[in-house]
Each structure stands twice: as C-alpha cells, then as structure tokens.
Design a protein around this ligand. Structure first.
Ligand SMILES: NC(=O)c1ccc[n+]([C@@H]2O[C@H](COP(=O)([O-])OP(=O)(O)OC[C@H]3O[C@@H](n4cnc5c(N)ncnc54)[C@H](O)[C@@H]3O)[C@@H](O)[C@H]2O)c1
Length: 338
C-alpha cells in the first residue's frame, strides 16, 4: 500500500484526498499539510489515522510517507518538488511545475541528476476519454495533416485575485500542454491578444477574455480563447482543422431535453466535476506506476511541465509587448523520451 502525504487541501487538494481515500486502489493518505490548519483538520477528521503535519518539509521527510502529492499554491510547487526529489520520493505535482521556466528547469535538472523519473505532473486532460479519442483520430492521419486548431477554455466566474498572469499560468497552461500532447509537437512562437474586456472582470489587472496564439514547429497555428467570467458555464472546446476534414472534441454527455420548439443540453459550472473521470484515471495510473517503482509514460513528465512553463513565460512577455514572442525550447533530453 503506497503511503501518500498531501500538501495543500484546498479546493483541488481536498478532492485528491477524498479520491485517494475512496476511489483509488493501492494507496492511502497517511498525512496532510496545509497553512490553513483548521480546514485541513476538518478534511481529515472522518479518517482516523491521517495525521496533520504543519510543516510541509517535515511531511515530505516523514518516515510514514512514501510519495508526495503537491496541491498547494503554484509558487510552492518548485520548492516541494526539489525536497521530495532530494529524498527520492515519488511525486504527483499539480500544474504548474514551477511559477517560472527558470524554476521548472531547476526541477528538471534535479530529477535528471537523481537518475530516476519521479515526477508525474497533473495535466489531467491527457487522461480524459474525449481528448484521447480526438488525439487518436488526429495522429492516425486519416484526416490528413492538422493545420489549425481552435480551443476555448471558459469558466463561469473567477474570484477577484485572478489576473492576467494566472490567466496564462493557471488556465492557458492546460491548453498549452493539451495541444502540444494532442498534435505531438512543441511551440516556437506565442502571442497574446486582448479583445474588448467583459464588464464581469473583477480585477483591473485581468483582461477577459484573451486570445493566446501558438505556432508549432511544423507551422500549425492554435488559437486559445481564455474567458474566465463567461457567466453561463464551464465550457471546454477544441476543433482541429485537418487537410481532409475537421475533428471536434465531443461534449461531455448531458441529458438532452426537447420541449416545444426547443432542444437543450444541460451544462455545469463545476470544472473539477467536468474532468472528474480524468483525475481518477490519472491518480490510479500514478499509484500503479509507483507500485512498479516506475513512471506512467502516458502522463505528463517534469519535462512537459518545463515546456509548458517556457511557453507561458513567452505568453506573459507577449501580454506586455503585444508582439509575437519566440518560445525558446531545446530538444527533449533522452531521459524524458519513451
Ligand atoms: N489540474 C487541474 O485541473 C487543476 C484544477 C484546479 C487547481 N489545480 C492546481 O492545484 C493547486 C491548488 O489549487 P486549488 O484550486 O485547490 O487552490 P486553493 O487555494 O483552493 O488550495 C490551495 C491550498 O494550498 C494551501 N497552501 C498554500 N500555500 C501553502 C504552503 N506553503 N504550504 C502548505 N499549504 C499551502 C492553501 O492553504 C490551500 O488550502 C494549484 O497549483 C492549481 O494550479 C489544478
């Protein structure tokens, strides 16, 4: 039984805790850490035997913790990954790997220096059945070469602290990793465009919506609309335009209701619920890989996290310059191939 320590039991971390305790086989949570001690204790109280450890570094070093799940604030991921790598413990780290490309590179270098792949990054869409179906079709070549893709990432509402930086490092980063994985290519250019802003933006430092334009090494162009106060629902879209046809991400199944002169599908504002199945599958894959003292090849690696961070750094630069910015990626090291 894999003994897991979780750092951060906020919105996502609480779900990962409950997932590991109730849905995933082969693992149990032995300890949690969070700066919000009162909330963390509320989360674990129904589960006898789970300890609260105030200091996350102490949790990582705890003898009763074999593997670490990092779900704390983005800026903390790098430090906790480096400590867990030092101790050669398995790591599931939520995205992003680090708040900057420079920080992500430090984590990649530390993992390579240790000689063993220990990090799985939480780019969950790689485990979503709808995205998997779309990827299979695109890479099969049956529709010819992919030329363009249009993506949309819409949230009903976001709290006031959400700003232009988080729009890229927290939200667009999902489109960045997903599209790189889906078409099997990396990005060479990035640009961010600010259209007219919605009256629902709660932060003067948030342009909402914004459009992220990405160019791959093969010349494919991907448009990503990031709109986090769209009001109506959580909505994820992706259409890939290929030489001989287009392929569109299927909508998650919702009951279709027909009444007089109308035909409607329900929608949800719950982003975590929308991708629930993918989170369950990615965690089972992580636990199974740890049990085999290995890593899950289908999951995102620390290198994928680094590539995403280099791309988001270029997007942040473009938000300021308005220009097309280069994405300075180097070749994938052999350590991260296969
Ligand atoms: N893969 C996905 O789809 C997905 C979805 C949502 C969030 N996330 C990621 O998960 C992480 C958490 O997001 P969230 O929405 O749960 O945020 P949140 O603010 O609800 O939770 C973060 C938790 O971490 C705790 N925390 C912050 N700094 C800490 C520290 N130094 N030590 C210990 N605990 C600390 C906070 O007290 C809080 O309880 C973020 O990195 C986010 O990007 C990923």
């Amino acid at each position: 039984m894999l003994k897991v320590g979780i750092i951060g039991v906020g919105a996502m971390g609480t779900q990962h805790f409950l997932r590991l305790m109730n849905k995933i086989s082969g693992a149990t949570v032995t300890a949690v850490s969070d700066v919000n001690e009162a909330h963390a204790k509320e989360v674990i109280v129904p589960y006898a035997g789970v300890r609260f450890i105030a200091d996350p570094i102490a949790l990582i070093n705890d003898a009763d913790v074999d593997a670490i799940v990092i779900v704390s604030a983005d800026k903390t991921h790098e430090e906790f990954c480096l400590e867990a790598l030092r101790l050669k413990k398995f790591i599931f780290c939520e995205k992003p790997l680090s708040a900057s490309a420079e920080g992500a590179r430090k984590v990649v270098d530390a993992e390579m220096a240790g000689g063993k792949r220990l990090i799985q990054l939480g780019f969950n869409r790689r485990f979503d059945p709808a995205y998997q179906e779309l990827k299979e079709l695109v890479v099969s070549g049956s529709l010819g070469e992919p030329l363009v893709a249009h993506c949309a990432h819409r949230n009903a509402n976001y709290p006031a602290p959400f700003d232009d930086v988080v729009a890229v490092t927290g939200t667009a980063i999902h489109e960045i990793d997903t599209m790189s994985w889906l078409v099997g290519d990396y990005f060479t250019k990035a640009q961010v465009i600010f259209p007219k802003c919605t009256k629902y933006s709660k932060n003067e430092n948030l342009h909402d919506p914004q459009i992220v334009l990405l160019t791959t090494s093969s010349g494919m162009v991907i448009t990503c609309e990031i709109w986090v106060n769209c009001q109506y629902a959580y909505d994820i879209r992706c259409e890939v335009l290929c030489e001989d046809g287009t392929a569109t991400l299927p909508r998650h199944a919702r009951v279709n209701v027909c009444t007089k002169n109308s035909n409607t599908f329900g929608m949800t504002s719950d982003g975590l619920g929308f991708f629930e199945e993918s989170y369950n599958v990615e965690f089972q894959a992580w636990v199974d890989a740890c049990a085999h003292d290995s890593y899950c090849a289908a999951a995102a690696s620390a290198w994928d996290g680094y590539c995403a961070a280099v791309t988001t750094d270029s997007c942040l630069k473009s938000q300021k310059s308005g220009a097309i910015e280069a994405v300075p990626l180097t070749d994938r090291p052999a350590f991260y191939c296969g």
